[in-house]
Structures are given as C-alpha cells and as structure tokens.
Design a protein around this ligand. Structure first.
Ligand SMILES: Nc1ncnc2c1ncn2[C@@H]1O[C@H](COP(=O)(O)OP(=O)(O)O)[C@@H](O)[C@H]1O
Ligand SMILES: [Mg+2]
Length: 382
C-alpha cells in the first residue's frame, strides 16, 4: 500500500539526523537550563528559544519516521494557538508531549545518533556498500520505531483520554435520557391523558342522557369520537418522537426524504445507503437531520436546502446544507448542542461551517460500529 523509501533516501534521513544531533543537544540543554531558572525570570527567554527549537527538531524527526514507517506520526500537543506568549509557555510546560520530546532528545542524541552514524559510515566505504544496501532499511526502521514511540502519546495516555471522554458522554447520555423520559411523561399527561379523561366524562354523560335526551347524547358521542381521534394523534406524535415508524420501515434515506417533503423550503436528498446503519446510529442521525432542517426553516431564510447521505467505510457522514444567510452558532441555542451531545454518545461529531451570507453546512459523522473506540480527536462543535 505504501512506498517504502529507498536506501539512498534513508541515508539522506540518517545524514539529517546526524546533522540535527548537535541542535538537539543544544535544545535539550536550553530547555533544561531555562526550565531550572524560569522562576528567576532569566529562564523565560531561554525557554522561548529552546522549546520551539526542540519542537521543530522533533517535528522533523516525526516526518522522517512517518515516511520510513509508512504511517502518520502525529504531534499530539495541547492547543496553544491564539494564546499570549507567556500563557503559551505555561501550556507547553503542562503538555505531556513536551516531556516526551525532552526524553526523546536525550535518546535521539545518543542511541539514535549512533544508529544514524552507522548508516552514514556504511554508505561511505566501498566494501561496506553491500552491507549498507541491506542493513540501512532495518537500521532506519529501528530508529524510526523508537522515534515514533517516544514522540507519540503512549497507550496509557490514550486510554486516560478515552476514559475521560466516555465518562463525560455517559453522564450526558444519562441526563439526556432522563430529560427525554420527562418530556414523554409530560406529553402523555398533557395530551392523550387529558383527552381520555374528557372522553370518559363525555361517555358517562352520554350514558346518563341516553333515555332522557337522546339528541344531546348523540352529540356527546360524536364529540367523544373526535376526542378519540385526537388522543390517537397525540399518542402517534409521542411515538414519532421516540422512534418514528417511517424510520423503521424505510430506513434513514427514506425517512429523511419523507421529512423533506413536509418542509416549507425545498430540500433535495441525495445519496443512498446500501447498507443500513445500526438502529441507534440511524435514530440519532435522523433526529440530528430533523433539528438541522428545523433550523433551516426557522433561522436561515434559505431558498433551497440539501441533505447528502454517505457511508465511508464504517463512518456515516450526513451533510445538511442551505443557501441561506449563514451565522449558525452552536453556542447560540440548545438544538445543535443537543445534537452534538447525542452524537458524542455514539462517538460521533458535528461540524458547523456557516459564514455570514451562507451557505451553512452542518456535517454529522457517526461511526457505524459503535463499539470501536475512536482515539483520534474529533472536531465536535458545540
Ligand atoms: N441553518 C441556519 N442558518 C442560519 N442560522 C442558523 C442556522 N441554524 C442555526 N442558526 C443559528 O444558530 C443558533 C443556534 O441554533 P440551535 O442550536 O439549533 O438553537 P435554536 O434552539 O435557536 O434552534 C440559532 O439560534 C440560529 O441563530
Ligand atoms: Mg434549532
């Protein structure tokens, strides 16, 4: 699948690594000295030189390790953009990646340097060229594996982060289901239950009037029939709010098409899901689309809206777009935040792009195998 670099290119990496060994030592020393004297203020400018240098060198090695191994070696640092310089320094100090990079610097400038030197020396001798050709990929692989290990977050850190995410989403899910139950209870109480009570009274009255005033009794019975219809309608609405029958019957694409037909704004639905996503994913995606389309009619002043459904491997991707005035902001209401919460429980995410003047694009992504942990950070908004 990937193209492995040639021995010549690997030797180029080895040369670069040898050349970067001295700056690495320099950066480690600067960071150590700066860190030791930061409280005396003099250390701060030293840190401001040392840390970016160390990060830059580490990033070069990440790139080389990634090219050698054929998979990405991301720098998973804490976000520090838009921070004033001193706060940024604080963030760097708290970032476990800084400490990893320091430890890596020590290993890189000793054992790593030795490996890279062996490759370079082998390449220089005519007699050793054969050895160079065969040994270089192994040696550079060894070094790259070590670099990648030291410069990426360990499984312990990834697990910790995953536990944190799961704890948060679980609390939100519990809260959401409690709220949903309360809503269903209220809807049943105020709707169907109230109508059934009226129905019971009407029927009782009709029975007592049956002999004395049959006309009034007949009127009451007609009223009772209307009330029964309304109560059934209420119950249907409640059921639709839990799990719409159209979703069960026709799947996500069909249910979204049915939704689109009911709206004031024309909505085109494209994409077909060959395979139906698991039921919880389908339901969450359906209610997310429902909220987005409700937003289109409520807030966007759009003339046209569209829904694109797509399944990319194990990811359900739904884009809801409109050509309205833009300015959608998950912080500005409760709807989009609720969608983000509901999808987060399934490891999904919501991205909103809505510049002033439009168009608004809301991208919903939900993994279809909900048990598969997603360890890459998702860009959930809201
Ligand atoms: N499609 C859209 N076009 C323009 N503005 C939108 C759109 N969707 C949402 N917004 C804006 O973003 C805010 C947040 O949306 P939402 O979280 O759904 O809250 P609300 O409960 O007000 O619908 C809305 O109040 C609205 O101002
Ligand atoms: Mg809304």
């Amino acid at each position: 699948m990937d193209q492995r670099p040639t021995p010549l290119r690997l030797t180029g990496y080895a040369l670069a690594q040898v050349a970067l060994a001295v700056p690495t030592v320099l950066a480690v020393v600067l960071v150590a000295v700066g860190g030791g004297t930061a409280l005396l203020v003099v250390g701060i400018p030293v840190l401001l030189v040392g840390l970016p240098l160390l990060r830059w060198i580490a990033d070069r090695h990440r790139a080389m390790a990634s090219a050698t191994l054929g998979h990405p070696v991301p720098a998973e640092r804490l976000a520090d953009e838009d921070l004033p310089i001193l706060r940024r320094l604080g963030t760097w100090g708290r970032d476990p990646m800084t400490w990893r990079e320091l430890a890596w610097g020590l290993v890189s400038a000793s054992l790593g340097l030795a490996l890279a030197l062996v490759v370079v020396v082998l390449a220089l001798g005519v007699v050793t060229l054969v050895l160079w050709y065969y040994a270089t990929p192994q040696l550079m692989r060894l070094r790259s594996v070590a670099d990648a290990r030291l410069l990426s977050r360990g499984s312990h850190e990834l697990l910790e982060e995953r536990v944190q995410v799961l704890t948060e989403t679980r609390a939100e899910t519990v809260e959401d289901s409690a709220a949903a139950l309360r809503r269903i209870e209220r809807d049943l109480h105020d709707g169907a239950q109230a109508r059934l009570v009226a129905l019971q009274m009407n029927l009782g009255l009709a029975r007592s009037l049956m002999d004395t005033d049959p006309t009034a009794a007949r009127e009451l019975l007609a009223e009772a029939s209307t009330t029964t219809g309304a109560a059934l309608g209420d119950i249907r609405d409640v059921v639709r709010g839990i799990h719409p029958p159209v979703l069960a019957d026709r799947g996500l694409a069909g249910a979204v098409q049915a939704l689109a037909l009911d709206l004031a704004v024309p909505v085109s639905v494209s994409g077909d899901l060959a395979e139906r996503p698991p039921a919880p994913v389908e339901t969450a995606a359906y209610f997310a689309v429902l909220e987005c389309l409700a937003n289109v009619t409520k807030h966007s002043c759009a003339e046209h809206a569209w829904v694109e459904l797509d399944r990319r491997d194990d990811l359900l991707v739904v884009v809801v777009g409109d050509d309205g005035r833009g300015g959608a902001d998950p912080g500005g209401g409760t709807g989009l935040r609720g969608v983000a919460r509901r999808l987060a429980a399934l490891d999904g995410s919501v991205r909103v792009s809505s510049p002033a003047g439009g168009p608004t694009l809301v991208t919903l992504e939900v993994p279809c195998e909900s048990s598969s942990p997603r360890t890459t950070p998702s860009s959930a908004t809201g």
